[in-house]
Ligand binder design. Sequence first.
Ligand code: NOJ
Length: 765
Amino acid sequence: MTLKTMNGAPAGASRRAFLSGGAALAGLAVATPRAFARASDRIEGLLAQMTIEEKAGQLSCFADMIRPPVGDMNPLVNIRNAQTLTAELQAGRIGVLMNGVGAQAALETQKTAVEGSRLKIPLLFAADVIHGFRTVFPIPLAEAASFDPHLAERTARAAAIEATASGLHWTFAPMVDVARDQRWGRVAEGSGEDVFLGEVLAAARVRGFQGKDLKADDSMLATPKHFAAYGAVTAGLEYNSVELSEATLREVHLPPFQAAFAAGAMTVMSAFNDVNGVPATANKRLLTDVLRGEWGFKGVVISDYTADQELVAHGFAADDRDAARLAILAGVDISMQSGLYIRYLPELVASGAVPLAVVDAAVRRVLALKEAIGLFDNPYRSLDPKAEAYHTATPAMRALSREAGARSIVLLKNDKTLLPLPKAGKRLALIGPFADDRDNVLGAWGGFFADRRLNVDLASGLRAQLADPASLVVERGCDVEAMIAGGFERAVAAAQGADIVLLAVGESQDMTGEAKSRTDIRIPPVQMRLAEAIAATGKPVVVLLRHGRAIQLEGVVRDAPAILATWFLGSEMGNAVADVLFGTVNPSGRLPVSFPIDSGQEPFFYNGRTTGRPAPADPNAQEYKARWRSIRNDALYPFGFGLTYTRFDVTDMKLSTPRLEWNDTLHVTAKVKNSGDLHGEHVVQLYIRDRVASRTRPVRELKGFQRVSLAPGAEREVRFDLKRQNLMFVGDNDYWIAEPGVFDVWIANSSVDGLTAEFELLPAG
Ligand code: NOJ
């Protein structure tokens, strides 16, 4: 990965360009696939023949289908029986079916739509393929810790290959919501708290899902979601309101969407939340003025699940009919699951409440999407039951899951070089509710389509690599939130008989994901008591943390000599953790979210602003500063942090010039040396700070990173390029601007350290 290069708006650029946000300024113009440039004759021909019911049908997506949808994913609403559904498909009253899978069932369903309906318009099959399908990869947050967009692209490609083989055309992923409050459960589904990392990974995942050719059998349409600012729900409470300045919306929450569109995403999902009082799903300013007007997005907007109907509960629509009207007028093309469009659009158009042209424009976009992936020419593309068997859970998929898992692990602590462990000669006790648990390796989304037979638990993964598998004893000790009879006693006895304890504690996958907000982000009390009992044996403890968000580490867990952040790593979790524990893989992950000292610091993120009374370095120095009574307002483990089994020295930071001309490029270089004994990879990070600006600026902002792979003793120079466009921010009147002045720049190992220098951005001309 190299530093984002930006082409930039010329001085005096139009308001539209300025308003277009960081990513658009980055030269990431929204891609307009040819299919969307102009509606084809075929589409115009269809439109001319369609009744208003058939039009509303194309704009309706349902989770109930002939092939049963996966339960538990969403509240079950509006479910009908197979007979009714067949009749509706034949009447052309449905355009998209979601969350049911299987090539054979899809084939039959498609036949019903194509051969049984008047206009023979094929269905789109969609699903939440978030981080793998049958083979599951690390949760997106874990994968973000790899700081490796190439990896994210490969896992998304692999997921698309499996999912399309099972009859799908479209995934509701990637989730690109920037999440700055770890209480929110859906932190697990995104790329964490940083904008730049979020942009890079959003683009990589879109490229991965869609592949190079949209018409290929294994290409899967991507949907960045949830538009917009869902990650900013107040207090991290799921579905809560969002109150956000225009500048923060544009600087923090919108750029990953722009990056996804620039990478070719042709659909987007509107969010559940409101933004400053206007629900996202009825938000004309966001869905039409910004998305289509400013950014030129030509693709399809789909609502989140019943989000249009929820406008009534928001107190924004008077009733369901009003909700349908508001959603379509705001720019929602497809209504997901509520059925409001099929129920109300015909009458809304007949009464003149919704212009026919608005409906026609939405239908054109949906048909263009179907045309873009070749569905009209071959409605049975991707619907080959033989391919399904061939492409599912292959050894290559599993190998990728294992590799991705190991690369997502972050080594937080390794006192006295306790790790890596030898594969022979030590007695190990693996203790904790996740020790041999196979139900909590995949993460919140992983369970739906996964082939759970593939799941590798920790105990199996470790035993497979130990010279003597009997040198590992396993005791759960307790459940995730409850005691097990005799569990503590057995666990303590196991620890006493061991040389080293591996303590697998943390959150269950049920404690993360949608609708799983937590008021505090600690390890459940029963597990802490277990940890205390184990620590009291005096044996060295390696913590294997299971989690879908940053966790507040406390007490004996925080103080253990070694800690690995192992997230939910997917099908190969046990093997991936063993690879890192035994040093087959040298850990190189970096935190994509800050670990606070205390839950009460949330929302906590590295790139906040200083305030007028920043906390002094000495906690006793002075009162009346921006700090808590009990703790410093620092991270326990900051964004970007992660250790390795070797040692990297970063030296010789140099700037090509201390004075950056308005239209010039500044090169920032440094040397990275592997001074340890093992091969390893280092993530070099570049941060900036704008010292004085017309709006107060973050204490640091990530602007680039590079992964450097070095043999022991080897050294390499890294180079980052900085342009004026990397220094821009949203100023007064919501314009993106760059201001001349002094900037700090760091080449760092995390968001709180590094070598530093300063330079000046000179005025234009
Ligand atoms: C609700 C979730 O918010 C969204 O991410 C998902 O795609 C839909 N349900 C469909 O399952």
